[in-house]
Design a protein around this ligand. Sequence first.
Ligand code: ZN
Ligand code: MN
Ligand code: MN
Length: 279
Amino acid sequence: MLLGAHVSISGTIDKAVDRARELGCNTFQVFTRNPRGWKAKKLSDEEIEEFKRKMEEYNFRVAVSHMPYLPNISSPIQQTFKKSVSSLIQELERTGALGLKYLVVHIGSHLGKGLDNGIKKAAEAVNTALNKVDNNVMILLENMAGQKNSVGSRFEDIKRILNLIAYPDRVGVCMDTCHAFAAGYDFRTGDAIENTLRDFDEIIGLKLLKVVHINDSKGDLGSHLDRHEHIGLGKIGDKGFRELFHNPHIRELPLILETPVDSRGNFATNLAKCRELYL
Ligand code: ZN
Ligand code: MN
Ligand code: MN
């Protein structure tokens, strides 16, 4: 089982590897910088070396970086779009420098300009970044919950973006279970999961699914609410996750928790829950 959580990089980025290890994870996700601003502090060579050394020492085979919150690669506003592309370029470089394999990107919002426009902008952003940065990092498009104006909550939308990418072997998909459920894809039973994954396979292709964000959902099926819940305490529930973890297409992939930390639980409790359901 490749199970991990989104860990903090507080201090220096190599500390994230310690945190993942202390949680008993064998994979993890990080932001390479403060996710709440546009500016990124440069990663020092020492930090990068230490990060890579710990990855080796603790035997982490795969880990994931996630784009910060502010960029919107589907934006119709020229200035935001340009900044978002710069940020994507920068994160591709940083992810590569850290020796990580995947960079997860939210597809974003068309801000009322329409899905077609959003899809075109997202593809343009990814193409520009991949053209500019030549490394081994794969960009993973993350499905959205279907909030107002969001791009990429339907598998069909993601496929349309992928069709426009000039570097097909450098893009894949990260599926967030909370987002997919909120968008109307059911995970509550074995049959429902089979249907959802069959849709994914027919429309996108399961071989492009590289990472799964495992989050339960506060919102109901099709609610379009991006509200993560502790595993088992949300609308997907224990049964859904047990079935999901036993699905052969999901079971072998890196599974990353982005669950809340509050009075009802934290990453340690959610990891324990996942291990119990995985057996
Ligand atoms: Zn995400
Ligand atoms: Mn996610
Ligand atoms: Mn989310």
